[in-house]
Ligand binder design. Structure first.
Ligand SMILES: [Zn+2]
Length: 265
């Protein structure tokens, strides 16, 4: 492998991609290759097969030809290992891009990445504004929950049909949950703590019932996406007028803090 050019500070040593960053890259492109539109996760049995790689837009170790071809062109991020200079591509597109990199292909990918960065920035700022308040309202609506309601909720899960369908959406669901938890964990935690301290809500009761319901569903092999969706629906019905996003955030918190989904081995 070529050593980075000493006189080009943009080129630094390769930095390994963590699982979280990998997830962020997959979320950024909505699970689809931004060059050809192919799905980046393909179900195989009970697992999801990774059909993507994280590509450098400007190469980490450019060949002498690439240095000439890409000279003077815009670069993203402060160095080649920044999130801004990487993008999830399907394996075919990645291979093709790395092998036959032209100025036009490079600039096209720079443009795509800039659009993706702008889109996710917009998504995060609008969701922050609207959802913060809503989450508090949703959680407040949980103050009226009693043991009977929870019991009924449990029975509703049991009534869910046993589903043997492949978890096509499971990985996407996982990323969704992780993203919600990243953004809203503290807000949700504090809101629950406050209500619990004011004796308006018994958090342990709510949490343990949600957990046991998840586990029961799990035993009956109900699809995790289905469980998640039905919990969101249930929560939405308890807090009239709230958005699905706010309810998804609260359920994600339970999934995360109660560790209700088993790791897929
Ligand atoms: Zn592709």
């Amino acid at each position: 492998m070529d050593k980075p050019e000493i006189n080009d500070p943009y080129l630094i040593e390769r930095v390994a991609i963590t699982e979280n960053t990998d997830n962020a890259h997959l979320l950024e492109v909505d699970g689809m290759c931004p060059l050809c539109g192919n799905y980046l996760l393909i179900p195989k049995g009970k697992r999801m097969n990774k059909k993507y790689q994280i590509a450098h837009i400007y190469p980490n170790s450019p060949t002498p030809n690439e240095v000439i071809e890409l000279q003077g062109l815009e670069r993203l991020g402060t160095n080649c290992e920044d999130f801004e200079n990487k993008v999830a591509l399907c394996k075919d597109c990645h291979g093709y891009y790395d092998d036959h990199k032209t100025k036009e292909e490079y600039l096209r990918l720079v443009m795509i990445k800039k659009r993706l960065l702008a889109a996710s920035k917009a998504k995060i700022s609008t969701s922050h504004q609207d959802i913060d308040e809503e989450i508090v309202l949703v959680i407040n609506s949980l103050t009226n929950i009693d043991a009977i309601t929870l019991k009924k909720m449990e029975l509703e899960y049991k009534a869910l049909k046993i589903s043997s369908k492949i978890e096509q959406t499971y990985s996407i669901l996982k990323y969704k949950i992780e993203t919600y938890v990243c953004i809203y964990f503290n807000l949700i935690k504090e809101t629950f703590q406050n209500l619990d301290q004011e004796k308006k809500l018994n958090f342990d009761l709510v949490a343990s019932e949600v957990r046991s319901s998840f586990l029961k569903c799990d035993e009956e092999m109900v699809s995790k996406s289905e469980i998640f969706e039905s919990l969101v629906k249930w929560l939405k019905s308890k807090s009239s007028g709230s958005s699905s996003e706010a309810c998804e955030a609260v359920i994600s918190y339970f999934v995360q803090s109660c560790e209700v989904f088993h790791e897929i081995s």
